[in-house]
Design a binder for this molecule. Structure first.
Ligand SMILES: [Mg+2]
Length: 278
């Protein structure tokens, strides 16, 4: 067992998944407001890591405040923000074709956004963002053609679905899987469950990953993926939580299971009191 040096509250942080942990379809879940306030008043740092691509960080903060959750846009790390960092690092000044159903604001600059039919020819890199109505047969066929040309593909995330009040909606991961398998392409995935997202979020909090507790409703993409980077993972039984998914993890050969499982985010203060002594 790794024994960390004693850390004060300000040397610790909680990284929250948003959808299914704090809200569902932008309605607050029980205990979310109290848990967020508890973490802040305990003096620990907070950040919010989300694969949501339909809203900017600023929009997300505004929507959370409308739910009574006091969150600042600067605390929010979107997959688009992480993707912008990746593009600036690996494709500076290059031509980027983005297929996403969401806004491009969080990508920032440092590269050229081009359409699929740009007269200058195919892009240098293709980015897949969040799925939705813009993922038409035509738009996906153009991406397919680019991958056949061996143009690299970067995915903001590879989530397979998200939960809404109307039920499950399929997401980028399902398209990405087929496109990459058929074309023999290996995508770079930037958002959860990529370790890149968790490490970058910890950096933004000014903390080592071992000082961070990640709270999520997706046992693999939020909880186990964060634990791989050294964070401690907390699974909540809300949002997309399914007992069968937890059972499958406990039965697989890797032996990696969530550090903690709680019924909902409302139990987080009690857990942090027990584990961190806050
Ligand atoms: Mg979630």
């Amino acid at each position: 067992m790794h024994m960390a040096a004693f850390r004060t509250a300000s040397e610790r942080g909680v990284l929250f998944d948003i959808d299914g942990v704090l809200v569902t379809s932008w309605s607050p879940l029980p205990g979310a407001r109290e848990a967020l306030e508890w973490v802040r008043s305990a003096g620990a740092r907070r950040a919010f890591l989300t694969n949501t691509t339909s809203k900017t960080a600023g929009d997300i903060a505004t929507a959370l405040r409308a739910c009574g959750l006091d969150v600042d846009g600067a605390e929010i790390v979107t997959a688009a923000r992480l993707t912008g960092e990746h593009l600036r690092n690996h494709y500076p000044g290059q031509r980027v074709h983005v297929l996403t159903d969401g806004p491009l604001d969080d990508l920032g600059g440092g590269f050229d956004l081009v359409e699929a039919d740009d007269p200058a020819g195919p892009p240098d890199v293709v980015v897949l963002g969040g799925a939705g109505p813009t993922f038409t047969h035509d738009a996906l066929s153009r991406v397919f053609e680019f991958l056949l040309l061996k143009i690299p593909v970067v995915a903001m995330h590879r989530s397979n679905a998200w939960a809404t009040a109307q039920g499950q909606r399929i997401d980028t991961g399902l398209y990405l899987e087929g496109l990459c398998r058929v074309t023999g392409t290996t995508p770079v995935v930037v958002g959860k469950p990529s370790p890149v997202g968790f490490r970058t979020a910890a950096e933004l909090m000014g903390l080592d990953p071992t000082a961070v507790m990640m709270v999520g409703d997706d046992v693999r993409a939020d909880v186990l993926a964060s634990q791989v980077t050294g964070m401690r993972g907390v699974l909540v039984r809300t949002g997309k939580f399914r007992q069968a998914a937890l059972d499958a993890v406990e039965g697989d050969e890797f032996g990696l299971v969530p550090d903690f499982v709680i019924s909902g985010v409302g139990e987080l203060p009690e857990l942090l009191t027990d584990v961190w002594g806050l």
